[in-house]
Design a protein around this ligand. Structure first.
Ligand SMILES: Cc1cc2nc3c(=O)[nH]c(=O)nc-3n(C[C@H](O)[C@H](O)[C@H](O)COP(=O)(O)OP(=O)(O)OC[C@H]3O[C@@H](n4cnc5c(N)ncnc54)[C@H](O)[C@@H]3O)c2cc1C
Length: 401
């Protein structure tokens, strides 16, 4: 559980630490890093722009590459209890017809489990003993000196300044902390032109709780992803078409679909009824460098992820693990060298995963009917081994836990 804590209390607790660390963003990467540093005896100041109850959340599929970090955090049990095992993936073509059902187990089980979890439940599972967070807070200014960085933080009550040895920007894809250290041309966005909505539906058929369903349409995409006790739905499309709103866009999908089962029907109905009121634009970003002086980028703030390939959260957690490892032996004098080592070790892996996610987006986000018909045919011959090739490679070469 993230426990609302005043900024003054957090800063006071960190004052005598070997490294005074500020983490901006209490999402997947920020919470993972904070908890790992706490296990190493530090008391990082963790701030979050949103309110404690703001996160409606979405569903995450987590590849086995998260397991080393979960073991290090000692949260195997709460994580297992809050998630479901994913074993099967059913791919539907542009008319809704099932093209193929794949087994995840044959390819991934040698590395561990592939599990589905709601983002909010993940943050909860990672903080079983509570984690102090100052909500409604954001970094307004940074001023770097040779031996520290002075940070201006604004929360709902005050504007405060504090001296830190390290600031970690873990504030997501649209990181405003990143914008304080990089020029605009050093954070290059990538836009798929697509976007969509997320909604939740009830668990439904218990026989389907381990099954991912995806429909790859012409100009639309439907994804159905179980987590513990419910099912996350994503419906998206080209932004020029989704501009009509969820209800009319779903009607357009129904026109294309010749076959759909009860689960798909419930998923579409939830989106059409406005269940997914938040609209996600499918963009990502790649940063030219992951640190400037004593300020480091982590997770989506360093290299943002599209939802395709379902690996952004996993990479964010892995990167937090690598950063915590390099900081374990760092002190105030050596922290900038530790940040360079973190970037050297992790950036190539993350950018490879990001490139894979972009390639998949290019394949999935298609409007042209002729190309989509060819894709339907081709996917019958693509094995999951081929599709998951780049991810298996990441799993084979994982950094030391
Ligand atoms: C719809 C969707 C589905 C996805 N599905 C998957 C999946 O199945 N598997 C997977 O591995 N990945 C998935 N991803 C990607 C994954 O969610 C991200 O890669 C991951 O959350 C990145 O973690 P992060 O901590 O860097 O960012 P986030 O988890 O986004 O956390 C950033 C945090 O910073 C806070 N914040 C923002 N600005 C500030 C500020 N100025 N000051 C302080 N705090 C701030 C935010 O409120 C947020 O809590 C999906 C993404 C989306 C959008």
């Amino acid at each position: 559980m993230r426990i609302p804590t005043s900024l003054d209390d957090q800063i006071a607790a960190a004052r005598e630490d070997r490294l005074r660390v500020l983490i901006a963003g209490a999402g997947v990467a920020g919470v993972t890093l904070a908890q790992l540093l706490r296990r190493d005896g530090l008391r990082p100041v963790l701030i979050e722009r949103a309110a404690p109850d703001a996160d409606k959340g979405y569903m995450l599929g987590l590849m086995p590459l998260v397991e080393p970090v979960i073991r290090r955090l000692g949260v195997e049990e709460p994580f297992r209890d809050a998630s479901v095992g994913l074993h099967r993936y059913r791919l539907h073509g542009h008319t809704g017809k099932t093209l193929r059902t794949y087994s995840f187990d044959t390819l991934l089980s040698q590395f561990g489990d592939y599990r589905g979890i709601a983002r909010g439940d993940l943050l909860h599972a990672f903080t079983p003993d509570g984690a102090p967070v100052t909500f409604g807070a954001t970094v307004r200014a940074l001023s770097q000196a040779a031996d520290s960085v002075q940070v201006t933080i604004q929360d709902s009550e005050q504007v405060a300044t504090g001296d830190f040895d390290l600031v970690v920007a873990a504030d997501g894809l649209h990181s405003s902390t990143r914008a304080l250290i990089l020029r605009p041309d050093q954070a290059v966005p990538y836009d798929t032109g697509w976007g969509g909505w997320v909604a939740w539906i009830d668990d439904g058929d218990p026989a389907l709780t381990d099954l991912y369903d995806e429909i790859w349409g012409a100009g639309f995409f439907v994804g159905i992803y179980p987590v513990k006790g419910r099912v996350g739905v994503f419906v998206g499309g080209d932004r020029s078409e989704t501009a009509v709103g969820p209800s009319r866009f779903v009607a357009r999908i129904r026109d294309d679909l010749r076959e759909f089962d009860k689960r798909t029907e419930r998923a579409l109905a939830a989106i059409a009824a406005g269940g997914g009121d938040y609209y996600w634009r499918f963009t990502d970003v790649r940063s030219a460098t992951w640190s400037v002086g004593r300020v480091a980028l982590l997770g989506d703030a360093a290299a943002g992820f599209l939802p395709t390939a379902g690996i952004g959260a996993g990479m964010a957690m892995e990167s937090a693990g690598v950063l915590a490892r390099t900081l374990a032996t760092a002190d105030r004098a050596t922290v900038t060298a530790a940040l360079r080592e973190y970037e050297r070790a992790q950036r190539p892996r993350v950018e490879a995963a990001q490139a894979n996610s972009r390639q998949l987006a290019h394949l999935v986000f298609q409007r042209n009917h002729a190309l989509v018909a060819i894709r339907d045919l081709a996917t019958r011959f693509v094995t999951l081994k081929m599709a998951l090739g780049p991810i298996r490679k990441l799993l084979q070469d994982q950094p030391a836990a």
